[in-house]
Design a protein around this ligand. Structure first.
Ligand code: SAH
Ligand code: SF4
Ligand code: F3S
Length: 439
């Protein structure tokens, strides 16, 4: 194998990026490249980047800087993903040893871009910027996760929340046909996967271009693919969260009893300033539908503290919402001002220390809520899918349908393979995980 036909790929950011990387790896392998485990071994070094908060973006430039000396040894660099789309050709100025800059909406052109790279071109760009209607589909996806198959059903975002880069980095909203999604689901099942996760920045904004299936109907159809036992979907936007999604979860046990529904803030005033297009009451109405389901559906969310102008009282409204909803998991973030976004012109008046303090208060409170929520599982026997072994603790790691992490002991000498389903009796609980024994 010629060294220039090897690549190293590191992924930052969300599940969409992680799955894009699986498709990029498959595309490179198809073009004759072999994946290696370190920058030093690779002819081509690729970073699939995230720009959601300033820290995420800085990480990429640090990483590029750490390895730039490798350029002298003839190695080539490529920047993919959201920082690539956001910064475009400016990356060549900041890091002149980079040869390729491509946003996710241009990955279908990767084979062509690779040929140009091999021919010695050094400033190759794939920048689509809300122009494209196409989605990136490939049958050569190199699935890296041994127990969960990802399927992107909708790409891009048209919501333009005031703080967010995604509409600028991922292009406009475009869905795949339900027929192609179902075909991919069947292919995944044939590979031996029993869990599928449907992906989209706003997965429930899905609109079948053929007009055949609604999002809820697509969920049900994926759940009925022979061999599929668990279907997850993320991320749902409250604006498009319809009752039939809950009805589908009720009707099909294959649909996992977990909904991730980012609220961002508990204050209707802040939500309006964020351009979230719903109020606190609208959000809580959707929560009440979810809570009225036949199965207990686990809830998780994302919250931003310290959005420009958020008053202490408005922050308390978010704290009250936590107490009211009783989430099983909260991803909390300090507001980070991002390029090109409407919130950039708002005065970011809350000092960093105040943002940090609000986040700490929020996470401390949430930890206590979770401690109580998780404790309710004590003594319960639940179905767990094995994800891996935790040799340090002599335990098997797995996950419940509600997406809760379960660490359990196993009596036999040979550990069950990832993807195996077992019944586990819960013997202890923590705020973030459950402990048990296989029964
Ligand atoms: N499409 C999803 C969220 C995708 S981004 C939704 O609308 O819910 C993931 C999370 O990052 C967001 O939910 C938000 O909480 C956080 N986030 C996005 N932009 C941010 C910013 N500028 N500063 C801090 N957090 C941000
Ligand atoms: Fe960003 Fe809002 Fe789109 Fe989510 S819905 S990706 S937060 S713009
Ligand atoms: Fe980050 Fe882009 Fe995902 S900004 S969170 S990698 S969509």
């Amino acid at each position: 194998m010629a060294p220039e036909k090897t690549f190293y790929l590191e992924t930052f950011g969300c599940q969409m990026n992680a799955h894009d990387s699986e498709k990029v790896i498959g595309t490179l392998q198809r073009a004759g490249y072999a994946q290696v485990d370190s920058e030093e071994e690779a002819g081509l070094i690729l970073y699939n980047t995230c720009s959601i908060r300033d820290k995420a973006e800085q990480k990429v430039f640090h990483r590029l800087n750490d390895y730039k000396a490798l350029h002298k040894a003839g190695k080539r660099f490529g920047v993919l993903g959201c920082v690539a789309q956001q910064e475009g050709e400016k990356i060549f100025e900041r890091a002149p040893y980079v040869s390729l800059v491509s946003g996710s909406a241009s990955y279908r052109k990767l084979p062509e871009m690779l040929s140009r790279l091999e021919a010695g071109e050094t400033r190759i760009t794939g920048l689509d910027d809300r122009q494209t209607d196409e989605t990136f589909e490939t049958e050569f996806t190199a699935r890296q996760n041994p127990y969960r198959g990802y399927i992107t059903i909708i790409e891009g975002c048209d919501k333009f929340c005031a703080y967010c880069v995604v509409p600028y980095t991922r292009g406009k909203e475009r869905s795949r046909t339900s027929a192609s999604v179902l075909e991919e689901a069947r292919r995944i099942a044939d590979l031996g996967y029993s869990e599928i996760q449907l992906l989209g920045q706003n997965v429930n904004s899905y609109r079948d271009p053929d007009g055949k299936l609604s999002f809820a109907e697509l969920l049900a159809a994926v759940g009925q693919v022979p061999g599929i036992r668990r279907v997850r979907f993320t991320t749902s936007h409250p604006r498009h969260f319809t009752k039939d999604i809950v009805e589908a979860i009720d009707a099909y046990p294959q649909l996992c009893d977990h909904v991730h529904l980012p609220v961002q803030s508990g204050s209707s005033r802040v939500l309006k300033a964020m351009n979230r297009e719903y109020t606190r009451d609208w959000y809580l109405e959707r929560i009440s539908w979810i809570k009225a389901a036949k199965r207990t559906i686990s809830l998780s969310t994302d919250i931003i503290v310290g959005f420009p102008g958020e008053t202490p009282e408005e922050f308390i409204e978010t704290m009250d919402l936590l107490a009211e909803v009783q989430y099983d998991c909260v991803f909390g973030f300090k507001y980070s001002a991002r390029p090109n976004t409407p919130a950039l012109v708002m005065i970011d008046s809350i000092p960093e220390a105040e943002k940090a303090q609000r986040l700490q208060v929020l996470l401390d409170r949430q930890r206590e809520i979770q401690r109580a929520n998780y404790a309710k599982h004590l003594g319960e026997t639940m179905e767990v899918m094995v994800e891996g072994a935790n040799p340090a603790r002599g335990q098997i790691a797995g996950r419940s349908s509600q997406n809760k992490s379960v660490n359990f002991t196993w009596p036999q000498p040979i550990a069950p393979a990832p993807g195996t389903y077992l019944n586990v009796r819960i013997t202890a609980t923590h705020p973030n995980s459950l402990v048990g024994e296989a029964v």
